[in-house]
Every structure is written in structure tokens, then in C-alpha cells.
Design a protein around this ligand. Structure first.
Ligand code: SF4
Length: 178
């Protein structure tokens, strides 16, 4: 079975997408964005090697987790391993987000590899583009800088052009009898 070079994991993330999520931080990223939130994950050498099967088992252990986020590091630079992981998780019904420093349009053209395109085909949401320090704001949700896009991949596939992801608003009204 394929392995992933890993920086780490978090089994209780509420900052990498909606709901309680499991975040998979891969090791290695060639973008070298100044001000990167996770500089230690940039070198390709480093981290540890994990079996896909072990990551899946770890995710399944926490029954409260509804979504998994592939981040890093650059998941698309380990696209084959991430694709194998994503396919298994999709089959199990997990919602899948992926963060990448590559742009959606470039991924469609085969950057950094054809497997990267296959990977985003399996995912629900892509947060794309490099982190740009001058465009950083703590007001932004699910992304670090305003150039990045939170792309609804399901709607984008359906409509054939980029559709940004919209958070579902809970329509909660207090009943009159309260
Ligand atoms: S793409 Fe993400 S992980 Fe890679 S250098 Fe930029 S901010 Fe860091």
C-alpha cells in the first residue's frame, strides 16, 4: 500500500473546514510562501512516513469526525498517496477538503501531476492559491489571504465554471410558544 510523508495530524480540528474534522498535514511544499503558517512542513526531507491504512484507521476511531482535510505542506505534491487516501475516505462517506498552493485552473491542466487533478475530482472543496502575506487577514474564514478561493468542487463540476463554497446558514427561529 502507498505511504504518505507526513508532518502530522490533528483529530479535532475546527479551523480547516466546517464541523469536527481530521486534518492530515503532509510534509513538503515547494511554494515557500513568505509568512507560511507551517514553515516546518516545507522541506521534503523530514517528518515521518505513514501507511495510508494506518491514517484511515486513526480517522475511523473518532466517530464524531465528519470531515477530513488534506493540508500541509502541499498535498498535491504527494497526489498519488493523497488520492488513494481520499478514495477510501469518500467511500466511507467523509466530506473532503484539500488545501493547495496551486491554482484550480493549473491543476486542471495537470499541475503538478495528472494525479493531482484526479485528487480534486474526489474532493468536495478546494482552497487554492499560495498564501500572500500582504493579503492576510484574520477576518477571513477558512483561508489565510484574500487571493485564495474556497471552491465548491461539486457545484463547479456541475456548472463547468468556478463556484465558491457557501457555508450553509442555520435557519433557527425561536418558536412563539417559548
Ligand atoms: S502553500 Fe501553504 S504550506 Fe506551502 S509554503 Fe505556502 S502557506 Fe506554506
Amino acid at each position: 500500500m502507498t505511504t504518505l510523508q507526513m508532518f502530522g495530524t490533528a483529530n479535532d480540528s475546527i479551523v480547516d473546514g466546517p464541523g469536527l474534522r481530521y486534518s492530515v498535514f503532509v510534509q513538503g511544499c515547494s511554494h515557500h510562501c513568505p509568512g507560511c503558517h507551517n514553515e516546518e512542513s516545507q522541506p521534503r526531507e523530514g517528518g515521518y512516513t505513514a501507511q495510508i491504512e494506518d491514517i484511515v484507521n486513526d480517522i475511523c476511531e473518532n466517530k464524531l469526525i465528519s470531515g477530513v482535510t488534506l493540508t500541509g505542506g502541499e498535498p498535491l505534491e504527494q497526489a498519488e498517496g493523497c488520492l488513494e487516501l481520499a478514495k477510501i475516505l469518500k467511500e466511507k462517506g467523509y466530506n473532503l477538503w484539500v488545501y493547495s498552493g496551486y491554482l484550480y485552473e493549473d491543476i486542471l491542466e495537470g499541475k503538478p501531476s495528472p494525479a493531482a487533478r484526479d485528487l480534486i475530482d474526489v474532493c468536495d472543496v478546494l482552497v487554492d492559491g499560495p498564501f500572500v502575506q500582504a493579503l492576510n487577514s484574520y477576518e477571513l474564514k477558512w483561508k489565510g489571504s484574500s487571493n485564495q478561493r474556497v471552491i465548491d468542487l461539486n457545484e463547479t463540476r456541475k456548472q463547468g465554471s468556478i463556484v465558491l463554497w457557501q457555508e450553509e446558514e442555520l435557519d433557527f427561529q425561536i418558536p412563539e410558544s417559548w
